[in-house]
Design a protein around this ligand. Sequence first.
Ligand SMILES: Cc1cc2nc3c(=O)[nH]c(=O)nc-3n(C[C@H](O)[C@H](O)[C@H](O)COP(=O)(O)OP(=O)(O)OC[C@H]3O[C@@H](n4cnc5c(N)ncnc54)[C@H](O)[C@@H]3O)c2cc1C
Length: 349
Amino acid sequence: MKQTHDIIIIGRGIAGVVLSETLHVMGKRAVVFDVPKANAASPAAAGIVNPVAMRRIIASWRAAELLELAEPFYRSLEREYGQVLWHPLPLVRLFANEREAQDWPQRMRDPEVGPFLSDGALPGFDADKFNAPHGYGVVKRCAWLDVEAMREAHRSKWTAMNALVEHEVLPTDMLITEDGVEVFGCSAPWIVWCNGPFATLPGLVPTRGEVMTLHLPELATEAMVHRNGFLLPVGNNNYKLGSTFAWADVWSGPSESGREELLRKLMNLTPGPSPKERGNGGEVTAGVRPASRDRRPLLGQVAPHQAVFNGLGSRGVLLAPWCAQHLAAHLFNAAPLDPEVDQARFATG
Ligand SMILES: Cc1cc2nc3c(=O)[nH]c(=O)nc-3n(C[C@H](O)[C@H](O)[C@H](O)COP(=O)(O)OP(=O)(O)OC[C@H]3O[C@@H](n4cnc5c(N)ncnc54)[C@H](O)[C@@H]3O)c2cc1C
């Protein structure tokens, strides 16, 4: 029997947006179902792309390979949507102590992370506006992706294409046939669950996070600044301050303890005049990250005609284009899944 689509996608966070656009370019007929849910990850995402894991100053998982794909992917979306989404900007790491300052040149010699690091003064960056008694280093090739602008443009395009249905899909709404899946009048050989932290999936560890949006005209900086938290300039003297991590009580939304933790981060990053007062005006957004136990994506087939695209954790922007391409090649061209991202590593163990 002829099917209406090649693929049905459930969820329109970063995973669903990037997968649907990847498949569209491949000429596949996709339909996306999504209903907005409180605590979804993508509306809270700051949108930072950073190839370096900041705690140990090592390259994040497959950083160079993922970046190679991510920038051209989001640039092509910019052309498609007629809108700037990808904003390259350096990240300034304020050294917490003398030892960190001395370690930096050593990290620069590391073959994996070294190409992303530099030292010396960053032109235009006024270190006096920050707490930088031990100096700073710079992470290159970082960017800010305007996730909300991307999701909004995706909504307009897919609505116009008649390929977005704003409706919840529950497992009980699916009819599995020999050839594929049927959902509310749409049929396809594949359904892919891109439902992020709302999925019930072995290995998935939902993690709450909060960010604050602040207006700080006195900072006037065009770099992202990091030390035990980040300040990200997002235009018009607005900044995102983040972020918190909590593994308990993850669905409770913005919390007072989260706000306080964010204000402590602000005080750590900038000297007065009164960071607490500045921070009190900020708006806190909470979301739940779809993290996995080993911090790798969760991709692949979970049942006949059903697959998942999940586990993007705290690096969804950087991971999604690579994951979408990898999953698409697996579903449509029978390419083997990389065992490091195959969800079966938890399902079977
Ligand atoms: C505070 C915070 C800051 C972050 N900062 C960054 C950052 O700077 N950089 C970065 O790369 N990542 C960041 N992340 C992580 C990033 O947000 C996630 O990796 C990413 O958003 C996950 O996207 P997703 O599509 O898997 O899930 P989600 O964004 O949660 O999307 C799931 C979608 O599915 C919908 N849905 C769920 N169930 C159903 C159903 N049954 N039927 C229909 N629709 C359904 C939901 O409403 C939602 O729209 C941050 C996360 C948080 C919480």
